[in-house]
Write a protein that binds this ligand. Structure first.
Ligand code: PMP
Length: 360
């Protein structure tokens, strides 16, 4: 078996133990005589998988009972629309803080449903920092404030949880959910596509405070309505069963590792290893303000971009995959999600050093 060290931004590397369990259970899930892909979502076997996954997620993230957990489809991109459809609640506008392309896309989509107020943006500085919350131009009458705690393309991450008072805070946590403990009660709604820290693509997790749902805009399709989804335990229609099952295994894996505290320490060490190296030399460079650097996605450029193709070719030969930067910013990007090991990051740093030594 030749598995690569996979730095892809998503879909992304999964814990080997989880993949091995999926393999072991693939043909016959625990004596059911069938794979999870072949089960009715209404049968007790799948219902037990679904409930256990939710319970484990609630436990790991310490999600209070007055929050609903939804297992949806359509990716985070669908949530760019579902959020305003559900959370405008008769109000006219929402605040968006732009710290990267994903937040900008979310704001653009929200503009189809209501007025969008850009409360702060670092676009003019190519999204290399998070505007100080003290400078945000928040509207006290906004329906909600939307942030992207980790911008996957630009490698910018919030290391604080901003206080938006009585206005609910909505967070697209697609690329840093489950990377460390958070205080769920500071958020009105959290959403995340699964394909980074949760499991396979096709599943989107929504964690929403109960009092915010039930006032979807007229014309909102039932399947996009958080209240209808919550009332039907995310089974208004056939859910992404297999992705839900694998996500459940990932939640168990996180518990076995010791929970989000342990995961967070590991993630901090992994990121420090790479950033310390980046800051120690001038062959490679990361443009993000130090205090706002992402622990999950580390973009970097080579001083001489003509070497990019060679860098990637050598990386591939060394078993390092998925390092090409996003097409909109170029350069490289190493994604260090939960399933990436410290040894994997060390292998990357060793390769980068050797490449710089021979080409620098
Ligand atoms: N938001 C963030 C922060 C992302 O990283 C991504 C995907 N990379 C998206 C939204 C879009 O997610 P999806 O492809 O699941 O719609």
């Amino acid at each position: 078996m030749a598995r690569v060290i996979n730095f892809s931004a998503g879909p992304a590397t999964l814990p080997l133990a989880v993949l091995e369990q999926v393999q072991a259970e693939l043909l016959d899930w625990r004596g059911s005589g069938m794979s999870v892909m072949e089960m009715s979502h209404r049968d007790k076997e799948f219902m037990s998988i679904a409930h256990e996954a939710e319970q484990d997620l609630r436990e790991i993230m310490n999600i209070p009972a007055h929050y609903k957990v939804l297992f949806m489809q359509g990716g985070a991109t669908a949530q760019f629309s579902f959020v305003p459809m559900n959370l405008l609640r008769g109000k006219t506008s929402a605040d968006y803080v732009l710290t990267g392309d994903w937040g900008k896309k979310a704001a653009k989509e929200a503009g189809r449903y209501g007025k969008v107020n850009i409360a702060a943006s670092s676009e003019a500085d190519r999204y290399t920092y998070i505007p100080d919350p003290a400078t945000w131009k928040l509207d006290p009458n906004a329906a909600y404030v939307h942030i992207t705690p980790n911008e996957t393309i630009h490698g910018v991450e919030f290391h604080i949880e901003p206080d938006t008072g009585d206005v609910p805070l909505v967070a697209d946590m697609s690329s840093n959910i489950l990377s460390r403990p958070i205080d769920v009660t500071r958020y009105g709604l959290i959403y995340a596509g699964a394909q980074k820290n949760i499991g396979p693509a096709g599943l989107t997790i929504v964690i929403v405070r109960e009092d915010l749902i039930g006032q979807a805009a007229a014309g909102t399709p039932g399947i996009f309505d958080y209240k209808q989804m919550a009332d039907n335990e995310s089974m208004l229609n056939t859910p992404p069963c297999f992705a839900w099952y694998v996500a459940g295994l990932v939640f168990k894996w996180i518990k076995q590792q010791g929970g989000l505290g342990v995961i967070a320490e590991r993630n901090a060490r992994k990121a420090a290893l790479l950033y310390d190296y980046l800051d120690s030399q001038s062959f490679y460079r990361n443009p993000v303000k130090k205090a706002h650097r992402s622990r999950m996605n580390v973009p970097f450029t080579l001083a001489n971009p003509e070497l990019d193709a060679d860098f990637l070719k050598g990386a591939k030969a060394a078993g390092l995959s998925g390092l090409k930067g996003h097409r909109s910013v170029g350069g490289m990007r190493a994604s260090l999600y939960n399933a990436m090991t410290l040894e994997g990051v060390q292998a990357l740093v060793d390769y980068m050093k050797e490449f710089a030594r021979t080409r620098g």
